[in-house]
Design a protein around this ligand. Structure first.
Ligand SMILES: Cc1ncc(C[n+]2csc(CCOP(=O)(O)OP(=O)(O)O)c2C)c(N)n1
Ligand SMILES: [Mg+2]
Length: 341
């Protein structure tokens, strides 16, 4: 469902069946991801960590998408912006902090990979690599495995709009169309690939316009509306689960911060543009909605902020105090353990 972003400051809760507790939990997930992310920016500016790639601005679509999944059952193949998505699937703030500090005990690779290369067998998160869009054919392969096994799992794969220029995107979705795979490809269109604006990336107005050429369904959603994102993703996931094939979902959103800690976004976009998008921030919009529903007020907002601050403080302190991996760890793990025994 297309949404006019110029006028969409409200939350579209049409057909949403989430109970009050779940709505508040989703709000907490978004705030937790935001505050954790902000803390990591500070750590970088203090010179305590080497690199950060931020998910700020993308929390609405990611939390909406994660809650649309059967978490712990479906598979997710995520990309570096997906902090809020990963936390919603069960990654902890400490897991992430260990990664940004490069410390021992980091669960995805013992800090062998850069931060934000999410993976967890336990949480159903496929391992990821740095070349963008390689996850799309990998996820299509996982979806084919689900289909061949005859289970009812769905694979959700995410990427940015710039990454849809890669051949892997076309190969993966072509395969998904041919084999009617239980795959949902979620493109988080934040209108920039580092400094390259979307109009230099593609000659059609929407990423989802390409869905018909793969023979799959397409949908566009306002990614700064958490409930609209939830609904569109849930429809796509149920379509996949019921054997009706893949969907290409495009969530329109924005990254109000630089691409990464190594980027100066003032060289390629105006401050006015950034400020304009900040008014459509997903957390603020959800907060207004929850206030109107009587689920939040100043006191409960402050309580949630305090709970989140404590959680971020604890994760930060524990990761900073943790040891670095021993040097010999560089020699392994190179191969996955043989778990057939
Ligand atoms: C194959 C490949 N080419 C280039 C890069 C460098 N690179 C990393 S992120 C990125 C931008 C991707 O933009 P987009 O897909 O829109 O996602 P966003 O960062 O905006 O969320 C680029 C070019 C890479 N990692 N892999
Ligand atoms: Mg982008």
């Amino acid at each position: 469902m297309a949404t006019d972003l110029q006028t969409a400051h409200q939350i579209d809760d049409t057909g949403i069946d989430l109970d009050d507790q779940t709505l508040l939990e989703m709000y907490w997930q978004m705030v937790r991801a935001r505050r954790l992310d902000e803390r990591v920016w500070i750590l970088h500016r203090q010179g305590k960590i080497a690199f950060h790639i931020s998910g700020i601005g993308h929390e609405g679509v990611q939390v909406g998408a994660a809650y649309a999944m059967r978490r712990g059952h479906d598979y997710a193949s995520l990309y570096y912006r997906d902090l809020a998505f990963s936390l919603s699937l069960g990654l902890t703030p400490l897991d992430f902090m260990l990664a940004v500090f490069g410390k021992a005990g980091e669960p995805t690779s013992g800090s062998r990979q850069m931060p934000s290369h999410w993976s967890s067998r336990k949480l159903g998160m496929l391992s990821s690599s740095s070349p963008v869009a390689t996850q799309v054919p990998q996820a299509a392969g996982a979806a084919l495995a689900c289909k061949l096994r005859g289970d009812d799992r769905v694979v959700i794969v995410t990427l940015g709009e710039g990454s849809t220029s890669e051949g892997d995107f076309y190969e993966g979705l072509n395969w998904a169309g041919v084999h009617q795979l239980p795959l949902v490809c979620l493109v988080q269109n934040n209108i920039y690939a580092i400094s390259v604006p979307v109009h230099l990336q593609m000659a059609v107005p929407n990423v989802a316009d390409r869905a018909p050429m793969f023979g799959i369904a397409g949908a566009i959603v306002d990614g700064n509306d958490v409930l609209a994102s939830y609904r569109v993703m849930r429809e796509a996931i149920e379509r996949a689960r019921s054997g009706q094939g893949a969907t290409l979902v495009e969530a329109k959103t924005y990254r109000p911060v630089p691409h990464s800690s190594d980027d100066d976004d003032r060289t390629y976009r105006s401050r006015d543009e950034v400020e304009e998008w900040k008014k459509r921030d997903a957390i603020l919009r959800f907060q207004v909605y929850l206030r109107e529903r009587g689920l939040l007020d100043d006191d409960t907002i402050a309580e949630i902020e305090e709970r989140v601050r404590q959680e971020v403080d604890e994760a930060h302190a524990a990761a900073e105090a943790a040891p670095y991996p021993p040097p010999e760890d560089t020699l392994f793990p190179v191969f996955a353990p043989d778990d057939r025994a």
